[in-house]
Ligand binder design. Structure first.
Ligand code: ATP
Length: 247
């Protein structure tokens, strides 16, 4: 379980400190697919970057199974990062490497021996349905296929948590559906907890069981997707449901 308690991140600007996220409280249970939805600049990416400690929070705690990860340093921090996979909007693949070598990259960094690496890459490419593309380069793949590679790479070190930052925003609607289905399968079959950032309610409706709405750096509403959709409490949530997105 992940408990986020009173989490804030301040950036210093010309006009003084600016809170990109402010007093965030969230509880994500094992096995959840938790959607975080909000408009541009609301603080979504900062929140997700704090969860994997790419940003150091200014205040508050992130407890994973009771351990406050904000206090981790050195080797303990590296070990934690391996247990958290990350999927980005723009895939972030290494263009000079084959698909096989892209997926193998985090295993190389973790010091996994070549034989085990190749076996694991084969398993991962099968999970994402890209076995036949192992020797291709990213440029030879469609956007949806490239996102599948990035999902395989994120799963390489058997993470228990997958953080997805707008994973379908660069994809058309048909491809979006296939990527969302893949994420749902991964959640079911591998038991990986997923946090997904989006500005589209359709993404939340398709795969999430819980949702939090973030507005101006604060969580303004959260709960089971079915409850929030059937009985929205805040004006921002009502607007989101009318328009389908918070752009
Ligand atoms: N390094 C930084 N220094 C100063 N301000 C920052 C920094 N990073 C983010 N911000 C500000 O914090 C706020 C939240 O940014 P963030 O990227 O988390 O929003 P977001 O909800 O992910 O937006 P988008 O959907 O456009 O990516 C924005 O106003 C942004 O300008």
């Amino acid at each position: 379980m992940i408990e986020i308690k009173n989490l804030s991140k301040f950036f210093s600007t010309e006009n003084g400190d600016f809170a990109a996220i402010n007093g965030i409280n969230l509880r994500i249970e094992d096995g959840d697919i938790y959607g975080i939805i909000g408009m541009s600049g609301a603080g979504k990416s900062t929140l997700i970057r704090c969860i994997n400690l790419l940003e150091k929070p200014s205040e508050g705690q992130i407890l994973i199974d009771g351990l406050d990860i904000t206090a981790l340093e050195g080797r303990a921090l590296l070990t934690l990062r391996r247990k958290i996979g990350m999927v980005f909007q723009r895939f972030n693949l290494l263009m000079q490497r084959t698909i096989r070598d892209n997926v193998a990259f985090p295993l190389e960094i973790a010091g996994v021996a070549k034989k085990q690496r190749l076996e694991r890459v084969d398993e991962l490419l099968e999970i994402v349905g890209l076995t036949s593309k192992a020797g291709s380069y990213p440029v030879q793949l469609s956007g949806g296929q490239q996102q599948r590679v990035s999902i395989a790479r994120a799963l390489a070190n058997h993470p228990s948590l997958l953080l997805c930052d707008e994973p379908t925003s660069a994809l058309d609607s048909l491809t979006t559906n296939s990527i969302l289905k893949l994420l749902k399968d991964i959640n079911h079959k591998l038991g990986v907890t997923i946090i997904i950032i989006t500005h589209e309610i359709a993404v939340v409706e398709k795969i999430c069981n819980k949702v939090a709405i973030i507005d101006e750096s604060r969580i303004i509403e959260q709960g089971l997707v079915k409850d929030v959709i059937s009985n929205p409490q805040q004006d921002v949530t009502k607007k989101l449901l009318e328009r389908g997105e918070l752009a």
